[in-house]
Design a protein around this ligand. Structure first.
Ligand SMILES: C[S@@+](CC[C@H](N)C(=O)[O-])C[C@H]1O[C@@H](n2cnc3c(N)ncnc32)[C@H](O)[C@@H]1O
Length: 296
């Protein structure tokens, strides 16, 4: 809920104080910092100028732009959708409500794929559920000579991802395809030839939905988040289906939700056809990434 507009809001400093108070009243955790980022964007000034020019008057247009975006944030719209950007693996990604906002923990998925990979020229890599394209694009900017597929069931997400790839100069290094999980690969003659399948799939269980933060539940795409009653339905399907595509020794690398590791490990063991099962913890000590190899 935004606080009423006041006459003090005719200067940068006054506007900043109002923005901070409005975000605090709305329950935003990082209200002071977010007020600075939002006003810098709305007023088209550098962060440090917000402080050094606190007494400077703002125009009616600047005030209108600033109050609009602060009120959007006070309604718990994610900062990243308002500013249109999120950093991931050192790259800026454009984000819209068609895509999940890339999370810092997903960088571990990229790091572990690179650490385990040892990919040779011509290796085939697949990012399943590419969203903003953050995983596929990060890999494409680091690796050269690979054949990288980026798959998603959402056409709108693929449009955003292709834009991001264009921005980072790797659009032509990636093959984009829309469809359910690995199904687009069936027409690509890559059965038994894929060196790595990497995925941050939807993994929220239905019962967890109501407890999510409003920023996530009300603004991020449900398709990107919700898996099913267990939360591990996409992992289970990827474990079953990846065996047809992976080369002997090829990697399946998946992000996990908190508390999902033991169940997903059991699914791997029950499925058979895999070896070298391991999990990697994130900075918070959560088993975040599961890695297995296709057995010979
Ligand atoms: C958790 S998001 C991950 C997005 C991105 N890779 C990231 O890490 O930020 C999951 C993605 O899977 C996609 N998705 C959901 N169901 C799918 C399906 N059946 N087949 C392919 N992609 C799907 C969603 O559209 C979404 O982009």
């Amino acid at each position: 809920m935004a606080l009423p507009l006041t006459t003090d809001m005719k200067t940068i400093g006054g506007l900043l104080a109002w923005a901070r108070q409005t975000l605090e009243s709305a329950g935003t955790a990082n209200a002071g910092q977010e007020a600075l980022w939002l006003l810098a964007d709305a007023l088209h000034v550098e962060l440090h100028q917000l402080v050094s020019r606190a007494d400077q008057s703002v125009t009616v247009e600047q005030q209108a732009r600033a109050t609009t975006i602060v009120q959007r944030r006070a309604s718990r719209e994610p900062l990243q959708y308002i500013l249109g950007t999120q950093e991931f693996c050192g790259l800026d990604f454009h984000v819209t409500p068609a895509v999940l906002i890339p999370r810092p923990e997903t960088e571990l998925l990229v790091q572990e794929t690179l650490r385990e990979g040892g990919f040779e020229e011509g290796a085939v890599l697949v990012d399943v559920g590419t969203g903003s394209g953050c995983v596929a694009i990060s890999l494409a900017t680091i690796l050269s000579g690979m054949r990288i597929f980026a798959l998603d069931s959402s056409g709108d997400a693929l449009i955003v991802a292709k834009g991001n790839a264009e921005r980072h100069g790797v659009r032509e290094k990636i093959i984009w395809s829309q469809g359910d999980l690995l199904s687009p690969l069936r027409e690509c003659q890559v059965a038994g030839k894929v060196d790595a399948i990497v995925s941050n799939p939807p993994y929220i269980a239905e019962a967890e939905w109501a407890g999510l933060q409003p920023e996530v539940r009300e603004y991020e795409p449900r398709l990107a988040l919700l898996a099913g009653p267990r939360g591990t339905e996409f992992h289970e399907r990827l474990i079953q289906d990846s065996r047809d595509f992976l080369v002997s020794g090829g990697l399946l690398v998946m992000e996990l939700g908190q508390g999902q590791a033991s169940h997903v490990q059991q699914v791997v063991k029950d499925a058979g056809g895999y070896t070298g099962l391991q999990t990697v913890k994130d900075d918070a000590g959560i088993e975040r990434v599961l890695i297995v190899r296709r057995a010979s």
